[in-house]
Design a binder for this molecule. Structure first.
Ligand code: SF4
Ligand code: SF4
Length: 452
């Protein structure tokens, strides 16, 4: 039996700053992952990752199979895109993107109702050894990106510069955003698969580095998951760290600080302190890519919030429209005031039910009048709460002041570029100042200036 109770003596790790929003995970934490029925139509943007848009490979009218490549990675930082259903290419045009401001070239694929999988995808698990290059190649081919929301191409993350010595791989099972339980459900329903995926990621990194430590970092509000992973750690030689439940515990820099007490330098990356961080969902996708040659064409998301009748964790085909999910979940409750793709703090507001699920979608939250209090922004009262909670040790109130005055150089000198856009400052601000929007704008202006 798994030991689901964490003893009080277990050391819990954390970082300075952060906030404690209401968790609201009770809505879906006990809901097993359900498979959403096949959509009739999918919308597949050729940019679902950090980096360059993929190059289209098919023409309108072409037939396509589930898992067939339709967009080819273009350049060093990019990712392949695959069809998530079988059928016919109905259109290829620029359409609004759910997470990126502006329009992106998007395939519209109409289902034939058959779900015919690409013949290269294996249906049975066969235990096999892979070398580092094979793993990186399979992960690249499968179009895997970070599934925690960042959508950075995983194959790139598995190929750090040779001069960087990597000694630790952290598998991020924090899922610190309120409402979301998709990672949690995956951890308790597919732990062995996640572990095998994590071992593949470790092997890939051992191409240039030896004896990498494998650590699972899980927040203490997920006792059942901690118990399960603890029960496997001796057999598979990894460590489990219990982290205090606090937002943004799952942010890479905060996770590294909490577990290893290492500080990623200003402007630096986890590579710079010998660490690679991957999400549990990404580890699962790597398991499927290596053992089954299965591309990333479906993922688990959480559907929650008081505005949706049936709150669920769903396995959905990428490209499924939000309206199909609403229908499956029994429709709306009350008047919908806000729809968010992702978590409530870092997620993006969505304005149309036609928008598709993309690789980086962790959840869809429907908020009605019970959850959305539309408060007007007021003047800063200089209470200093934003400074207390900033996990990056920044001065949000000063940064906002500089940006408002368009003094972008000063904002830069005050380390605006180190802001991880976690939203802790905006969450705590009694004046309801839209600090994150301000910082995003300020960063864009600095980057624009530097490119000139
Ligand atoms: S929390 Fe809001 S009101 Fe308080 S100092 Fe920061 S910006 Fe000003
Ligand atoms: S300034 Fe940036 S890093 Fe600091 S709390 Fe605000 S959003 Fe998070």
């Amino acid at each position: 039996m798994f030991n689901f109770l964490i003893s009080k003596q277990v050391k819990k790790f954390s970082f300075a700053g952060g906030v404690h929003p209401e968790e609201n995970k009770h809505f879906t934490e006990n809901s097993p992952i359900e498979k959403l029925p096949l959509p009739k139509l999918v919308y597949l943007p050729l940019l679902q990752h950090t980096g360059k848009q993929a190059k289209p490979l098919l023409n309108i009218g072409d037939k396509v199979k589930t898992g067939q490549i339709i967009g080819e990675a273009d350049g060093k930082i990019s990712a392949n895109i695959h069809s998530s259903i079988s059928g016919k290419v109905k259109d290829l045009k620029e359409l609004p993107h759910p997470l990126i401001f502006g329009r992106v070239l998007t395939y519209v694929i109409e289902s034939d109702g058959e779900d015919i999988w690409d013949e290269n995808i294996k249906r049975e698990f066969v235990k096999k050894e892979f070398d580092s290059d094979e793993i990186i190649e399979k992960v690249f081919k499968a179009g895997i990106v970070g599934l925690g929301g960042a959508a950075f191409p995983t194959a790139v993350k598995l190929s750090p510069p040779k001069e960087k010595v990597i000694d630790t791989l952290i598998i991020n099972g924090c899922e610190c955003e309120p409402y979301l339980t998709n990672d949690y459900r995956l951890m308790i329903e597919k732990p062995k698969e996640i572990i095998l995926g994590a071992l593949l990621l470790k092997k890939a990194l051992e191409k240039n580095n030896k004896n990498i430590r494998l650590i699972f970092g899980i927040e203490d509000n997920k006792e059942k998951a901690i118990g399960i992973f603890d029960s496997y750690k001796k057999d598979y030689n990894f460590e489990v760290y219990t982290l205090k439940t606090k937002y943004p515990q799952g942010a890479e820099k905060q996770l590294i600080k909490a577990i290893l007490k290492r500080e990623v330098p200003s402007g630096g990356l986890p590579f710079d302190v010998g660490v690679v961080v991957q999400n549990v969902g990404t580890a699962y996708a790597c398991y499927e890519a290596c053992y089954f040659d299965k591309p990333l064409f479906e993922r688990v998301i959480t559907v929650s919030g008081n505005g949706i009748k049936e709150k669920k964790n769903l396995l959905v085909r990428i490209g499924t429209q939000i309206k199909d999910i609403v229908e499956y979940c029994g429709g709306y409750v009350g008047e919908i005031k806000k729809v968010i793709m992702g978590g409530p703090i870092m997620g993006v507001a969505i304005y149309s039910e036609d928008m598709p699920i993309v690789k980086g979608t962790t959840g869809i939250l429907f908020f009605n009048e019970k959850e959305v209090i539309l408060e007007k922004e007021r003047d800063c009262i200089r209470c200093g709460r934003c400074v207390e909670v900033c996990p990056m040790g920044l001065l949000p109130t000063e940064l906002h002041k500089f940006i408002k005055r368009r003094e972008f150089d000063k904002a830069r000198d005050y380390s605006l570029l180190d802001c991880i856009e976690c939203g802790s400052c905006a969450f705590i601000c009694p004046a309801r100042i839209k600090l994150v929007q301000s910082f995003k704008f300020g960063k864009q202006e600095i980057i624009k200036k530097e490119r000139k």
